[in-house]
Design a protein around this ligand. Structure first.
Ligand code: GLN
Length: 473
């Protein structure tokens, strides 16, 4: 079997009997083995995936197969898959096994998707380079001296390198879109309330979204239709019906698109990304879409707002990892306090500890008003400003990242530098809006460039339509 960009092609050949699900799974397993130096997978469910493929091959023969028959999916190590290890890239969850399926996993399995393995990521999804994993860094498939982005680095690398057709990641501040941009694939962060978070390890619960990575918009739209929508286990999920996105991918509609002047003119934006952005603007104008420019004056507050609120939420969410209920427990302890202390000191990595401390600080009684409360107010102002723009325009177009993939170790010693690489991705999470990162050309060294479209709540259909036009013509 060769590499197919779209699942619809694989599905057609499966139905025609040109190849079987067993062949499809074998193809990805072979690539996982050949490219194991990239460190994208933490576990590979080889025997199980092959056994499931055989079952689904039978269903295909009987005409009883589900909508995603033979779609091979990888899961970021923050999504629960019953009976399988789950560690959020952390030592503190050593030997933890998921007791239940995340809602997204339940829905994928019901439609006969095949889960091939668990993918490496930054510890507790905190990072932008995948260097914070306790299982070692993931390498960029285009240039192994560079990072793949984070925190869903393993998932982006796996999709880019044909180790699975689609991957599910999580995007709290860009963790699906930024690695998608660094690895040259498409990444969706949906509207906050679109996909159930039941079974997703929590980082910053008011930002966390499960997102989808694939080589194209078609596959993402198919998977979103299956996993989105109301869930009795997560009351924050919208009750709005889930559209059949796939059937609405093509349109002749002309859109109004807004570019952010203070981004397009930013001196910190890599020149080749600026060139790509201008090229995409020209392409849109040539296709008779309307382009306008506006400033986003609150842009400089987006990153501090995110890092105050997300760390505050993380400090609460991660308090449950105490050596009592899950995974790792330090062996050499005297009493309950030393057990908590040692377990957490030994179990968490440096970045996770930094964020727990930061979050505890901004929530402490002396600083609550000046940091946490203020950041909540600024979050609302940012959301209002972005929503205001989206009353006049269908989309905001901007780069996904300020640079293409950087070298391993380049920002590792300075956390602020690392945080700055999230400058353009956190806005969608702060505002709770959907955004897609899509590949748009390469820099002078051949590393992929990612651009991003942002739309109003529940406008995923429109996002898919325009992204498709931009990358398919
Ligand atoms: N890079 C961001 C961070 O480190 C985003 C993480 C994410 O989306 N999970 O917080």
């Amino acid at each position: 079997m060769k590499s197919y960009t779209k699942y619809s092609e694989i599905n057609r050949y499966l139905n025609q009997g040109t190849f079987s699900c067993f062949d499809v799974v074998s193809f990805y397993l072979k690539n996982i083995k050949e490219k194991s130096h990239l460190n994208a997978f933490l576990s590979v469910y080889e025997d199980e995936a092959l056994a499931r493929a055989k079952e689904i091959d039978e269903k295909l023969k009987n005409g009883t197969a589900g909508k995603l028959a033979g779609l091979v999916v990888g899961l970021k190590d923050v999504i629960s898959y019953k009976g399988h290890p789950l560690q959020a890239g952390s030592k503190i969850l050593d030997s933890y096994i998921s007791p239940y399926n995340a809602t997204v996993v339940e829905r994928l399995l019901k439609e006969d998707a095949i889960i091939i393995g668990r993918q490496n990521c930054d510890e507790f999804a905190m990072g932008s380079s995948n260097e914070n994993s306790s299982f070692g860094p993931v390498l960029n498939p285009v240039n192994a001296e560079c990072v793949p982005g984070g925190s869903s680095g393993g998932s982006a690398v796996a999709v880019a390198s044909d180790m699975c057709q689609v991957a599910l990641g999580s995007d709290t501040g860009g963790s699906v879109r930024q690695p998608a941009a660094f690895c040259g694939v498409v990444g969706l962060k949906p509207t906050y309330s679109r996909i159930s978070r039941h079974g997703l390890i929590a980082y910053g619960s008011s930002f966390d979204c499960i997102g989808i990575l694939a080589k194209n918009v078609e596959d993402i739209s198919l998977v979103l239709s299956v996993i989105a929508g109301q869930d009795q286990f997560d009351s924050t999920v919208s009750h709005k019906p889930v559209p059949e996105y796939f059937s609405m991918l093509r349109t002749k509609k002309k859109f109004k698109i807004c570019c952010i002047s203070n981004i397009n003119e930013s001196p910190t934006l890599q020149t080749e990304i600026k060139v790509a952005l201008n090229k995409s603007i020209k392409q849109l104008i040539d296709s008779n879409h309307e382009i306008h420019y506006s400033d986003l004056p609150l842009l400089e507050y987006v990153l501090p707002t995110y890092y105050i609120l997300a760390t505050a939420e993380a400090s609460c969410n991660l308090s449950r990892f105490d050596g009592v209920r899950y995974g790792y427990r330090s062996s050499n302890t005297k009493d309950i306090m030393s057990m908590y202390f040692k377990t957490r000191s030994e179990g968490f990595g440096a970045e996770v500890k930094r964020r727990i401390l930061l979050g505890t600080f901004v929530l402490s009684s002396d600083y609550y008003d000046s940091y946490y409360l203020k950041a909540q107010k600024v979050r609302q102002l940012i959301r209002n400003q972005v929503k205001e723009l989206l009353k006049d325009y269908d989309f905001i177009l901007m780069p996904t990242t300020t640079t293409t993939a950087f070298k391993l170790g380049e920002h590792n010693t300075n956390p602020l530098e690392m945080y700055l690489s999230d400058l353009y991705s956190v806005q969608a999470n702060v505002a709770g809006l959907p955004a897609v990162s899509f590949p748009y050309g390469k820099d002078d060294t051949g590393l992929p460039i990612g651009l991003q479209l942002l739309a109003d709540e529940d406008e995923e259909t429109k996002l898919f339509q325009l992204t498709n036009q931009l990358i398919e013509t």
